[in-house]
Write a protein that binds this ligand. Structure first.
Ligand SMILES: [Cu+2]
Length: 465
């Protein structure tokens, strides 16, 4: 492959060399300095929390099989961690407070040290409280030197919904949700249709900004290309309460991966991504166009401008956004896996049902009637088995469900669909996933809505090696 202007080889954060315990190849130690910083959103200066004083954090890029060492240093007024989303990691590096480590207090450090086994588009973020809805996230790209994908350049697109520093912060947002509660969502809206695949309820939080790579639509990032260049988009939804439709005017996207794993390529005009999900797609840049993220069920948009020969797009963005809202987007869960990432067909050894429920008295989001209560109430499974989880959504809201430490197969009856680590569970629907218990530990599975997770929508599976 050829990495273009936007590709950054190696993580350009503070590095020092260290010797591996085995005396093998030295692994650079990255520094993840969690602290307060200011960002500029279209002229507004907002105070937030970030790794390394920037949002998103500096991209980390390695090759599969390499070792990642990152020293987390906490200068924040709260405990913090780093979770390495989608990586089949050793359990004690997973960054989940209580379950896999003690969160790192102010003034303390913690060194993450693990091997990255699989190539793909991943990301890292804090797993403490509502901190994901601040700026504590960044892209993690794992390259496969043998990958047979041809393109001229890369563009990482990190989507987010933004409220921190706008006169409030995510902790206050959560407190307000708890105080005011949520009225139960009654059926009566458009329901789930091909053009509104997540139903009528876009989320619990109204955001003043939607951003791509830490820039608001009023002052977007600008990237320059030559006409005809083939660009690999690596799109990450780092939002907390917002699914996005991703589209490029006049441009069909050739979707090649989701959540780091290859799929049988398909062409799509728009792709819907829940919080935590990713997709990779190849586009050909024929003219100056924006990349847009249209928040599902919410007002506004996120954008990034691609220029050609330094000329900006002359297209009508409002017409395009309206057209994106009225066409059926591709849901990456429906894609077909390539043979090499398809689990061998097997009857599940164990089936776990996860009934998802919503607020009744107060702002709680239970699973099987229980709120997350680590380290108690885990589900014990056996090693070297096929486990099936059925996420049964009894609510009128969508929930993107994430399983740590594994990449599961989405199942449609007996048909294997995409390998993923995060999957949209639409209102009143059931999504079935299968995975093999090949990575012992305590692994949380949770809604990737930051506020739902904080309100209890999580449980965990555990098994020994
Ligand atoms: Cu949820």
């Amino acid at each position: 492959m050829v990495v273009g202007a936007m590709g950054i080889a190696g993580a350009a954060v503070a590095c020092s060399q260290s010797q591996s315990p085995s005396g093998g190849p030295a692994a650079p130690t990255l520094t993840l300095a969690a602290g307060e910083t200011d960002i500029d959103l279209a002229g507004a200066t907002l105070r937030t929390w970030a790794y390394g004083n920037q949002v998103p954090a500096q991209e980390i890029r390695l090759r599969k099989g390499e070792r990642l060492r990152a020293e987390l240093i906490n200068a924040l007024p709260q405990d913090v961690t780093a979770h390495w989303h989608g990586i089949a990691i050793v359990n004690d590096m997973d960054g989940v407070p209580v379950l896999t480590q003690d969160a790192v207090p102010n003034g303390q450090t913690f060194t993450y040290d693990f091997v990255v086994p699989d190539a793909g588009t991943y990301w890292f973020h804090s797993h403490v409280g509502t901190q994901l809805d601040r700026g504590l996230y960044g892209p993690l790209i794992i390259e496969d030197p043998d990958e047979k994908v041809d393109y001229d350049g890369e563009l990482i697109v990190v989507l987010d919904d933004w409220i921190d520093g706008t006169g409030t912060n995510p902790d206050e947002v959560f407190e307000n949700l708890r105080k005011t509660g949520m009225k139960p969502m009654e059926p009566g809206g458009p329901g789930v249709t091909p053009t509104t695949p997540l139903g009528a309820d876009g989320g619990d939080v109204t955001y003043p900004y939607f951003v791509i790579n830490g820039r608001a639509a009023g002052d977007p990032q600008v990237v320059d290309y030559r006409q005809g260049q083939r660009i690999r988009l690596r799109v990450i939804n780092a939002g907390s309460d917002t699914a996005f439709r991703v589209a490029v005017p006049g441009t069909s996207m050739r979707v090649i991966q989701t959540d780091g794993y290859p799929v049988v390529p398909v062409q799509a005009d728009s792709v819907i991504l829940g919080m935590g999900e990713r997709f990779d797609a190849i586009i050909t840049v024929n003219e100056a166009v924006p990349v847009v993220g249209v928040p599902e069920g919410k007002q506004g948009h996120a954008r990034l401008n691609m220029r050609v020969n330094h000329a900006a797009s002359a297209g009508n963005i409002d017409e395009f956004l309206a057209s994106v809202r009225t066409q059926a987007p591709l849901n990456t869960a429906t894609l077909s896996p390539t043979p090499e990432v398809t689990l061998p067909a097997k009857q599940p050894d164990q089936i776990i049902d996860a009934h998802l429920a919503g607020p009744v008295n107060g702002y709680t989001w239970p699973i099987n009637g229980k709120l997350y209560n680590p380290p108690h109430d885990g589900v014990t499974v056996q090693p070297n088995q096929r486990v099936r989880v059925r996420y049964i959504n009894d609510t009128m809201m969508f929930h993107p469900f994430h399983l740590h430490g594994h990449t599961f197969q989405v199942m449609d009856g007996t048909t294997a669909k995409a390998r993923k680590d995060t999957v949209l569970v639409p209102p009143k629907q059931t999504v079935v996933i299968d995975f093999d218990t090949d990575n012992p530990g305590r692994w949380i599975t949770h809604c990737h809505n930051t506020y739902h997770l904080e309100a209890g929508m999580a449980t965990f599976i555990e098994y020994a090696g």
